[in-house]
Design a protein around this ligand. Structure first.
Ligand code: SF4
Length: 346
């Protein structure tokens, strides 16, 4: 009760909280996985403005949906979401299914998204367990299971279900997530303002700094990469990544990993030849950018190259264009490419 009252008076006004439409709530939950609320807001507005219904998304070209996702990262989310929208059109007549079995079976819908959408949109008694909820529960109940352990979802689901307010599960889930995001913060929980302080074991035992437990992440590897902006007259070569896998469907400038004892220039020339079949020469070093992905980081040397000979025959990527500079904005690019593309316009 105290939790819901606190939520009613203290919650943030977020655009997806103004609707009970399952599709709109689904959009927000897909975007919010691994991504901060403030980053998501403008993406959510643009996406739901263009694709206001699941049918509009299902009928759209995937590249258009991907372009609206550009910069949000974790691109398998939009790949699966676009596929799922197609299934909703083909199997459910364009109505997002509201039973667990059907909805959970759609591409990209895991336990978290299913529980969030079904509880918020149609008040079904499913408990949401995300990182925020696990942190609150670990402190509230002094739970030792590391919150990033692969099987932690199952362990935290049990108390989450016991605490669930079945009178309004959607509101309860949102309140618990909001409490984790705004009050029970990872480093310094704001216990003095917490509505569940009197029930919290970690607070009572002065253990808040020791909870939740987390497994230490292995060090992230760093890869050195060389990339070329290849000019042929006033056009540049861009290639499209294969549809599945990391950054699937996005466009990029060709290149790849630098081998041991190889110079960045040589790697750039070799990678472009292996990937596309054309010969290039390096004219200048444009810049060096650093970028972090989930499981690795890259340091990328970017070169301005000139086309020498050969016709493009793709080995790795699935499509290519010789694009004019003013056409580049039409294509979705990964964040690492966007970091240096602004220099090309100078
Ligand atoms: S009292 Fe502090 S540690 Fe306990 S749930 Fe509230 S904010 Fe988190």
């Amino acid at each position: 009760m105290r939790l819901k009252e606190w939520f009613a008076s203290c919650h943030r006004n977020l655009p997806w909280r103004e609707t009970r439409d399952p599709y709109s709530i689904w959009v927000s939950e897909v975007m919010l996985q691994q991504t901060q609320v403030n980053t998501v807001i403008p993406y959510y507005r643009r996406f739901t403005e263009r694709f206001s219904t699941v049918l509009l998304l299902a009928d759209a070209d995937f590249q258009e949906a991907l372009k609206l996702w550009e910069g949000l990262g974790y691109y398998s989310r939009i790949r699966n979401f676009h596929k799922a929208a197609g299934r909703v059109r083909d199997l459910f007549g364009g109505v997002v299914p509201q039973d667990w079995m059907s909805f959970r079976a759609l591409p990209g819908v895991g336990d978290y998204i299913a529980a969030a959408v079904l509880s918020i949109a149609s008040g079904q008694p499913y408990a949401v367990v995300d990182g925020n909820v696990k942190r609150v529960l670990a402190r509230l109940l002094l739970m030792n299971m590391p919150t990033n352990h692969p099987t932690s979802h199952k362990v935290y689901l049990e108390p989450a279900l016991q605490l669930l307010d079945t009178g309004d599960p959607g509101l309860h889930n949102q309140a618990l997530m909001e409490l984790g995001a705004m009050v029970c913060k990872p480093a310094a929980p704001l216990c003095e303002t917490c509505p569940v302080q009197t029930d919290c074991m970690a607070f009572r035992l002065r253990q808040t700094v020791n909870y939740p437990h987390r497994l230490k992440k292995p060090d992230t590897p760093l890869y050195a990469v060389a990339v070329g902006v290849v000019y042929r007259d006033d056009r540049v070569l861009i290639t499209q990544r294969k549809p599945d896998g990391l950054l699937g469907g996005l466009w990029e400038f060709p290149g790849g990993k630098i081998r041991e004892m190889e110079s960045a220039e040589d790697a750039c020339i070799r990678e472009i030849r292996e990937e596309t079949g054309i010969s290039v020469c390096v004219q200048s070093h444009l810049t060096q950018v650093r970028h972090a992905y989930t499981h690795f980081k890259i340091v990328m040397d970017v070169f301005i190259c000139r086309y020498l000979e050969g016709s493009v025959r793709l080995n790795g990527p699935c499509d290519y264009r010789w694009a004019a500079m003013d056409e580049l904005e039409r294509y979705p690019f990964p964040g690492a490419n966007r970091k240096f593309m602004k220099l090309l316009k100078l």
